[in-house]
Write a protein that binds this ligand. Structure first.
Ligand code: AG3
Length: 273
C-alpha cells in the first residue's frame, strides 16, 4: 500500500482508504475529479474528495436506484437521469426492454470522459442508441424538458457544491411536472444515520409534490455510514404493492424480494417521516 486518502464524512468521522494508484486527476469547471485505484473495492470515481462509486460495489447502488422505480412502473418507456455521469444508472435502466429513450443530463462532461476511459465496467452503455446525453445543469433542464417521462432518476453527488439545487423544493416541483400522470421519481438522499435532518427535510419536500412518497434503504460499503437512502415519489403506483415481481433481466443485487424488503425501515427512521 503506497499511500492513503482520508475521506471526511464529517469533521469528526473520517475514513482512511489505502490507494494503489491515482490514475487521473483534474480540476474541472465544477469540481475536483479523480479516478483512483483503491486497495479495497478497486477503481473508483472521487468528486471533491467524496467517493462516488467503485467498480466492486457500484452495482448495489446502481441496481437499486434504477430497478426499484422501473419495476414499479408497468411500462417504463421514457426515462430521465439527472447526474449519473459515470453511466452506471444508465447501464441498469437500459437493461429494460420497454425503455425506448433515456435522456441523461450531466452538468460536467469531464466526469463522462474520465469514466469512459477509466471505468469501462460502469460506463459501458454510452454507445447504446437509446441513450441521449445532454450536457446541462439539471435544474435548468427540468424547467423546459425535451420530453415527458415515465421515470426520473436523480443520481447526484452529495447535497453540497454543484448538486445542492438538485435537493430543493422548486426542483422537485419541476420534476413532478416533467412526469406523465402515472410517473415516478427517485433520488439518492444521503445517509439517514449521519444526515437525518437533511433526509427528513428532503422526504417532506418530495411528499409536498407527490401523493405517494416512500424511502428505501441499501447498504453501500463504499459510502461507509451504514444505510444509504433513496426517496421515491409516485403519482400513481405504490412501489411496495404494485411492482412487477418477475424480473427478466440479469442482476447481481436486485431481487423482487429485496425490492419490497428495502422499504421496511428501522423504527427510528420510520418515526422521522
Ligand atoms: N452518487 C451518490 C454518492 C454519494 C457519496 N457520498 C459520499 N461518499 N460522501 C453516486 C453516483 C453514482 N452514479
Amino acid at each position: 500500500m503506497s499511500y492513503q486518502f482520508v475521506e471526511e464524512h464529517s469533521s469528526a468521522y473520517k475514513v482512511q482508504w489505502g490507494i494503489n494508484e491515482v490514475l487521473y486527476s483534474e480540476k474541472t469547471p465544477y469540481q475536483n475529479l479523480s479516478i483512483v485505484d483503491f486497495v479495497e473495492l478497486g477503481r473508483a470515481l472521487v468528486l471533491d474528495d467524496a467517493v462516488q462509486t467503485t467498480i466492486q460495489d457500484e452495482f448495489y447502488y446502481h441496481e437499486m436506484i434504477a430497478h426499484v422505480p422501473l419495476f414499479t412502473h408497468p411500462d417504463p418507456r421514457d426515462v430521465l437521469i439527472i447526474g449519473g455521469g459515470d453511466g452506471g444508472t444508465a447501464r441498469e435502466v437500459l437493461k429494460h426492454k420497454s425503455v425506448r429513450r433515456v435522456d441523461l443530463v450531466e452538468i460536467d462532461e469531464r466526469v463522462i470522459a474520465a469514466c469512459k476511459k477509466y471505468l469501462p465496467e460502469i460506463s459501458c452503455s454510452f454507445d447504446d442508441p437509446r441513450l441521449n446525453v445532454i450536457i446541462a445543469d439539471g435544474v435548468e433542464y427540468i424547467k423546459r424538458p425535451e420530453n415527458e417521462y415515465d421515470v426520473v432518476i436523480i443520481d447526484s453527488s452529495d447535497p453540497v457544491g454543484p448538486a445542492i439545487e438538485l435537493f430543493s423544493k422548486d426542483f422537485y416541483k419541476d420534476v413532478y411536472h416533467s412526469l406523465r400522470p402515472d410517473g415516478i421519481m427517485v433520488a439518492q438522499t444521503d445517509s439517514p444515520c449521519f444526515n437525518a435532518k437533511f433526509f427528513k427535510e428532503i422526504f417532506f419536500s418530495i411528499s409536498a409534490q407527490f401523493s405517494l412518497t416512500k424511502a428505501y434503504l441499501v447498504c453501500v460499503p463504499s459510502y461507509i455510514s451504514g444505510f444509504w437512502s433513496f426517496t421515491l415519489g409516485s403519482k400513481k403506483y405504490n412501489p411496495v404493492e404494485d411492482y412487477r415481481k418477475e424480473p427478466v433481466i440479469a442482476t447481481r443485487f436486485y431481487t423482487p424480494e429485496l425490492h419490497k424488503a428495502s422499504f421496511v425501515l428501522p423504527r427510528f427512521i420510520e418515526e422521522l417521516l
